[in-house]
Design a protein around this ligand. Structure first.
Ligand code: NAD
Length: 455
């Protein structure tokens, strides 16, 4: 690890990664590498998660392609020193913000979108002019080893390097002098990462999880709400950091809503989702066991079937759920959807706010007033009105959490900003020389007060 990090430090010092033309060339090279290996990427994700090819293209590859294209279009402008207005106290002066890369970044990825969650932050790091070490999750071993092979055979190790391994490997690299750490994963490990980073005062971004609610009011297109919630919940078998963890539905429409959810599950995955090529599997046996224990038989409205030999869990809806049930204790991160009910909107605000700021929140309501009330009164990372997950698809929208769901935003320009230090520079001439600021200060205070009122 020591050698890997020092190789990158030396390469960074040589200055190549700071050249905008070099950054663009490397990003194009990465896109070409992905493009020419799509088949192998589909196969790796199929082996890790039985991820449908469509989902691999939509939620892993396309996201990376779009991010690269967006950077290539805008990088010249982002990287240029930005001129800002001057202050009268320092007249005349020219003022600029220079974007400076940090140096060597470490990107630690999660297993649920094992390609995209490792590559996308790295794209921001590369765009900003850093050298980058990627550590994909060991829980998606096929994607991890393919990423290592593709990147390590294509790029100079001083610039871009994949290291593989578990917590021990990560700890080893965290002990090196890094300049930026970007972590995606659980809040539990996020705390460990931050503690390690603190030892060397390394800046850190934590993209964590949370219990993201969907709120369904009675005045909404119920069919669209059920369809978009079923899609957002069961894509990747519920193993999505921004999937609706649970639904708060108005009591008067609960039956209709649950019926619609059930209909859409059948429409998406057929009468036996285990036979569907469009439905993913649980990542490993530990998570399979954890999730099956959350299915309380007395609450099953739909689904509940499981098959350990295939790590299959049927899309499952639980009703009659309250905050004291085990399924409401932690982020579910699987295809189990608890339904809670409310009579007045106020009843949802307090319990959600008690849950330490979820990563996402989704509101299905035709009332602009209710939409605004919920947006303004609940703390959460980001979300949608009348949809789920879709906000991640707009590169103009910063993506990140708050509180227990993490801190720091990325995607699009936010990624570039995140991996850049904004260096403020004031350029002055040698004249005029204002004597007021220099000691001795006799009588100067009076003039400073007068001047500050004028300016
Ligand atoms: P995790 O925290 O178990 O692991 C994430 C990474 O940390 C892996 O690469 C792993 O090797 C490493 N790691 C594990 N233990 C470590 C330790 N003790 N020291 C150092 N490194 C260690 O998370 P996960 O199970 O891969 O992912 C699931 C979680 O991630 C969920 O909570 C989910 O909501 C969250 N998530 C968040 C986002 C987001 O963008 N905010 C995206 C995906 C997943």
């Amino acid at each position: 690890m020591k050698e890997i990090v020092s190789t990158q430090q030396n390469y960074f010092k040589k200055g190549k990664p700071k050249e905008v033309s070099y950054r663009k060339e490397q990003l194009r090279k990465l896109k070409n590498t992905l493009k020419s290996n799509e088949k192998r990427i589909f196969e790796a994700l199929d082996a890790d998660l039985k991820k449908p090819y469509f989902e691999t293209y939509e939620t892993e590859l396309l996201i990376s392609y779009q991010e690269i294209d967006h950077i290539l279009t805008n990088l010249d402008r982002w990287a240029r020193p930005q001129k800002v207005s001057g202050s009268l106290f320092n007249f005349p002066s020219q003022n600029y913000i220079y974007q400076q890369p940090y140096g060597v970044s470490l990107v630690i990825g999660a297993w649920n979108y094992p390609l995209q969650l490792t590559l996308n932050p790295a794209l921001g790091s590369m765009a900003a002019g850093n050298c980058t070490i990627l550590k994909p999750s060991e829980l998606a071993p096929n994607t991890s080893s393919l990423l290592a092979e593709l990147i390590n055979n294509t790029f100079n190790a001083g610039y871009l390097k994949v290291i593989e391994g578990d917590a021990e490997t990560t700890q080893e690299v965290l002990n090196q002098p890094l300049d930026y750490i970007f972590f995606t994963g659980s809040s539990r490990v996020g705390k460990i990462i931050m503690k390690s980073a603190a030892k060397q005062l390394t800046p850190v971004t934590l993209e964590l999880g949370g219990k993201s609610p969907a709120i369904v009011d009675k005045n909404t297109d119920l069919s669209i709400a059920a369809k978009r919630i079923a899609w957002g919940k069961f894509i990747n078998a519920g193993q999505t950091c921004v999937s609706p963890d649970y639904v708060y539905v108005h009591q008067s429409i609960e039956d209709k809503f649950c019926q619609l959810l059930q209909d859409y599950i059948a429409e998406f995955y057929g009468s036996d989702p285990q036979q569907s090529s469009d439905y993913a599997r649980i990542i490993n046996n530990d998570h399979f066991e954890r999730l099956t224990n959350l299915i309380s038989p007395q609450n099953i409205y739909h689904g509940g079937n499981t098959d350990p030999s295939d790590r299959y869990i049927e899309p499952t809806i639980l009703t009659g759920i309250g905050w004291n049930d085990e399924v409401m204790e932690e982020e579910i991160f699987g295809p189990i959807l608890p339904i809670l009910t409310f009579k007045k909107l106020d009843q949802v605000i307090e319990p959600i706010n008690n849950y330490h700021s979820p990563l996402a929140l989704y509101i299905f309501s035709d009332s602009k007033e209710k939409q605004e009330t919920l947006i303004q009164s609940i703390s959460f990372g980001g979300g949608c009105i009348n949809d789920t997950i879709a906000h991640l698809g707009n590169l103009e929208l910063p993506f990140g959490g708050i509180g227990n769901s993490g801190f720091g935003n990325y995607h699009g320009k936010s990624s570039f900003d995140l991996f850049s230090h904004s260096k403020s520079i004031m350029k002055k001439r040698n004249w005029p020389e204002v004597p007021l600021r220099y000691p001795p200060y006799d009588g100067n205070l009076k003039w400073l007060r007068k001047l500050s009122k004028l300016l």
